[in-house]
Design a protein around this ligand. Structure first.
Ligand SMILES: Nc1ncnc2c1ncn2[C@@H]1O[C@H](COP(=O)(O)OP(=O)(O)OP(=O)(O)O)[C@@H](O)[C@H]1O
Ligand SMILES: [Mg+2]
Length: 294
């Protein structure tokens, strides 16, 4: 029997997978999602979301994909790990993923970079102008893009009509992405919406925890996490969603072990003490960056 059913849950409340069902739309996540959708609607070209490790970028991208699926005029593809050896490999991947090779009956392996670019542009013209589709490319982990890939993306963003861009690009990346694109004024200039996801405050931390608990099917009238426990969780995690979910998961297991009915401060402290002991036995790399809203 799964541990969470013992507590009256139907689903695991603090799984770390980026499931849209368990995504609590904080003000910042909501603002970024709404603005990305507006930019896509207006075909403004380039949106960039920055965020420290574990602030919800991948989860946000899943939510965006869910939204795009509801719209029949959106033709989109998401790249989860944008690591390519060269421009040719990248363009080949794009052409295959959008089904352009099938559409134009070509073999990208037989084409050089210029032919691949031309093919992609032909596809954009056909789909975006003739078929009135919005072509969207979402790239998660965009901090992994190297300068040459960013340059390729800049070239693709140059395909445009008088009114709008033919390709809509959404980048989501850790804060290391920022200095990379700051060094490329040509790229920077093309950003129409940029936003930085910050960690949650204590109120949002409480809301996220309660949201996940309810979504997982807990329906007692009593709060499972007491306010004092939430404060403790916030102090330890500093509002980073991944750290919150991981800690809460451990806390619920401890709740069962200690045979308690609600999570209080002492229980959270016990779990944190265990975590710290565990850390002492392993190497920890510092994870914090100085995040400023852009
Ligand atoms: N708004 C949210 N509501 C609920 N859970 C969230 C929220 N934001 C993030 N999480 C949870 O936090 C964890 C980390 O989220 P996610 O993987 O989206 O972060 P990330 O910014 O992509 O991290 P990384 O920088 O490592 O790629 C996941 O378990 C996710 O479910
Ligand atoms: Mg991610």
């Amino acid at each position: 029997m799964a541990y969470y059913t013992l507590l009256g849950f139907e689903k695991e409340p603090f799984s770390t997978s980026p499931d849209p069902l368990f995504f609590y739309l904080t003000k910042e996540h909501d603002t970024s999602l709404t603005n990305i959708l507006i930019e896509l609607h207006l075909k403004r070209g380039l949106s960039v979301i920055f965020g420290d490790i574990g602030t919800g970028k991948t989860s946000l991208s899943r939510l965006l994909v869910q939204e795009l699926r509801k719209r029949s005029n959106m033709l989109f593809h998401i790249i989860l790990n944008p690591v390519y050896e060269n421009e040719r490999q990248f363009l080949t991947a794009l052409i295959r993923n959008y089904g352009i090779d099938v559409l134009f009956n070509i073999d990208p392996a037989q084409c050089d970079v210029l032919e691949l670019r031309d093919t992609f542009e032909k596809f954009l013209i056909q789909k975006a102008i003739e078929d009135k589709q919005t072509i969207v490319l979402i790239i998660d982990e965009a901090q992994k893009l190297d300068m040459s890939m960013l340059e390729t993306l800049r070239v693709l963003l140059n395909f445009e009509t008088n009114e709008h861009k033919l390709l809509q690009l959404v980048l989501l990346g850790q804060v290391e992405l920022y200095p990379k694109i700051v060094n490329m004024p040509n790229f920077m200039d093309r950003i129409s919406f940029k936003y930085t996801l910050n960690p949650l405050d204590v109120k949002e931390t409480r809301e996220l925890i309660n949201f996940r608990v309810k979504t997982a099917g807990y329906n007692s009238r009593m709060d499972l996490f007491l306010d004092e426990a939430v404060s403790e969780i916030y102090n330890y995690t500093r509002g980073y969603p991944r750290k919150i979910t991981k800690l809460c998961h451990q806390v619920l297991k401890e709740l069962i072990l200690q045979n308690k009915h609600a999570v209080d401060r002492i229980l959270v402290r016990d779990v944190i003490a265990k975590e710290e002991q565990y850390k002492l036995g392993s190497i920890e790399f510092p994870q914090s960056f100085n995040v400023n809203r852009t």
